[in-house]
Design a protein around this ligand. Sequence first.
Ligand code: NAD
Ligand code: AHE
Ligand code: ZN
Length: 369
Amino acid sequence: MKSRAAVAFKAGEPLQVAEIDVAPPQKHEVLVKITHTGICHTDAFTLSGEDPEGLFPVVLGHEGAGIVVEVGEGVTSVKPGDHVIPLYTAECGQCLFCKSGKTNLCTAVRTTQGKGLMPDGTSRFSYQGKPIFHYMGCSTFSEYTVVAEVSLAKINPLANPEQVCLLGCGVTTGLGAVKNTAKVQEGDSVAVFGLGGIGLAVIHGAKLAKAGRIIAIDINPAKFELAKYFGATDFVNPADFDKPIQQVIIEMTQWGVDHSFECIGNVNVMRAALECAHRGWGQSVVIGVAGAGQEISTRPFQLVTGRRWLGSAFGGVKGRSQLPAMVEDAMAGRIELEPFVTHTMPLTDINEAFELMHAGKSIRSVVHF
Ligand code: NAD
Ligand code: AHE
Ligand code: ZN
C-alpha cells in the first residue's frame, strides 16, 4: 500500500515528505495507522549522523500512537481497530531479560531492530523500488507502519492520541527513571540536568514521588517556567556561574543531592551529575544519549565514596504490561501530558518541529497525519 511518510534520505539533511510503499505485515507483525507522533531528541540525534546505529534512508519516529489496520499470521494480542502505542523496547515475556524480573530490556527483536529491519531480516518500506530502513522498531513518521506484535502496547481507545503518543517515549522515560531506576522516596533531593521533554517528565515524576528539593538545571532559562509548573523548587543556569556546576549544586545542598538525572546526552554533564550526588549514597541516572565514540569519565574516588552511576532506557518500563495503566493514569489526570505538547503540526511541517527543538522553543511538537 501507499503511505505518506517523512523520509530521512541522508544524515544531516531535512526530512522529505514522500509517498512510500508499505508491504503487508508478515508472521507476528502488525500494520498500524499512525495518527500522531511526537518528535524526541533521539530522532534528531539519529538524523544528525551521530548515532552508531543510524542507517539511511530511514523512516524515523518512535513516539507515536495509532490504530491497528491489519495483523499478520499468528498475531493474537491485537486486532484491527485496537488503539496502540508502538514500543522501541519490546516485551516478549519469554526471553531471559523479560523473565528476569530485573529489566525491561527485552531482546526478542533487538538485533534486527538495531539493523533497521523487521525480525525476518527484511524491510516493509520501499521508495521507488529501493528499500528504506525501519527505525527503533517503530518508524512513526509514516502514516502506515509495520511493527512486531511484541512491540505494541494495546491502550484504552478513548485516550487522546495527541497526548498519549508522548508515553511512547519522553514522558514514560522520565517518569520511569524516577520510579523504577532511581526509586526516589518522599523527601529526597533531586537535581535534573536538561529540561526538555525528558527532564520535565523527571521533575513531574519526582513531584509525584513527593521528593523534597527539586533542582532544575538548564542553559536555556526559558525552560524554567514549565519546570516550576511541574514542581521544581530551585532553578540553576550554569551560564550564571564561573565554577563547575557540580560545585554549585554541592554548595546549594551541603553534601550533594540524593538523585541526579542527566537528560541531555552530554558526557561532561553526565560527569557533573555524578559528582553532585551525595557522598555515601547519592546516585546519578544517565538518560541522555551521547554521540558515537563518546565516553564518560570521573575519578574512581567518586564511586569509592559511595556514589552510584546508573542508566535508564524507556524508564525501565515494560511496555506491554505497564504502559496501558500509564495511559489510564493520564486519562485520570494523575499523569499530566498536555503541558508537554507545546506545538502541533501536520506531517508536511515536520521539519519545523526539528527547528523548534534545536532553537529551544519547544518541549514536544506532535505531528498529526
Ligand atoms: P531536548 O532537546 O528537548 O532537551 C534537552 C535540554 O537540555 C534542552 O532544554 C537544552 O537547553 C538542555 N541543555 C543542553 N545542553 C545543556 C547543558 N550543557 N547544561 C544544561 N542543559 C543543557 O531533548 P529531550 O527530547 O528531552 O531528550 C533528552 C535526552 O534524552 C536526549 O539525549 C535523548 O536522546 C535522550 N533520551 C533518552 C531516552 C532513554 O530511554 N534513555 C529516552 C528519550 C530520550
Ligand atoms: N543507538 C544508540 C543508542 C541509543 C539509545 O541509547 N537509545 C535508548 C532509547 S532513546 C529513546 O529516545 C535505548 O532505549 N537504548 C536501549 C536500546 O536497546 O537501544 C547507540 O549508541 O547505538
Ligand atoms: Zn525518544
